[in-house]
Write a protein that binds this ligand. Structure first.
Ligand code: DC
Length: 221
């Protein structure tokens, strides 16, 4: 198991995908599972602050991650929701539903089952700390907040639209705060994780460094 954790917008999905392609593993984006529950909560008008209702909702929800070379396709109760999961309302709701211990316990259980055979690059916030504390290689991928906000703005084609730029930056800050300050499994680096700062690196450089880190870990096993 290769664990990739870090804040929103650090490039985790891209790096996880590149590592999976390089090592012939499958990549699993656990954020998509929280996003799927969030989408279902929005669709069913389940209050985002009702832990018991969210946990019950999750119990009756099927979430399938289908790894592809372009990333995960996500099936929610058998329907493809991959694109829908990227929308702003789902993004904000995912950060809210993921604070609840009973939601997290059920998600972690599913994630452990998905990774039990190994050969996976699993990406999220708590993979190296909670889901697979004994993962063979752990990378904590970071980049400073301004850099991550700029990348997100570029990614969604909002450059030059001052209001949207401001909104995206504020959303990122809010998500950073919630993801790292929640009581249960907050975002933090595992003690044995290698921190990789992508602020001043381009994509090829980050991928090369990530591969180097993993190869070194696997050689030391
Ligand atoms: O990685 P992402 O942006 O798709 O994640 C969406 C939200 O889900 C994020 O705000 C935090 C939460 N999350 C989490 O709490 N634990 C994970 N392992 C993955 C995501």
């Amino acid at each position: 198991v290769i664990a990739i954790d870090g804040p929103a917008g650090a490039g985790k999905s891209t790096i996880a995908r590149a590592l999976a392609n390089h090592f012939g593993y499958v990549n699993l984006e656990t954020g998509a599972m929280y996003r799927s529950l969030a989408l279902k909560a929005l669709q069913t008008a389940t209050p985002l602050d009702n832990e018991a209702a969210l946990a019950a909702l999750l119990g009756g929800t099927r979430i399938d991650l289908v790894p592809t070379a372009e990333g995960n396709r996500v099936m929610l109760d058998g329907h493809e929701v991959t694109e829908r999961l990227r929308a702003g309302d789902v993004t904000a709701a995912a950060s809210r539903v993921s604070v609840y211990p009973s939601v997290r316990t059920a998600m972690v259980e599913r994630q452990r089952a998905m990774g039990s055979q190994g050969g996976v690059v699993m990406e999220g916030r708590d993979i190296g700390t909670v889901v697979f504390p004994r993962a063979e290689a752990k990378i904590f991928l970071v980049a400073d907040q301004n850099t991550r906000a700029s990348r997100r703005i570029l990614q969604v084609n909002a450059t030059g639209d001052a209001a949207r730029e401001q909104q995206l930056t504020a959303d990122l800050k809010e998500r950073d705060a919630r993801d790292s300050q929640r009581a249960t499994a907050p975002l933090r680096a595992a003690e044995d994780a290698v921190t990789l700062d992508s602020t001043h690196l381009n994509l090829e450089e980050v991928v090369a460094e990530a591969i180097r880190i993993v190869e070194q870990k696997l050689a030391a096993e």
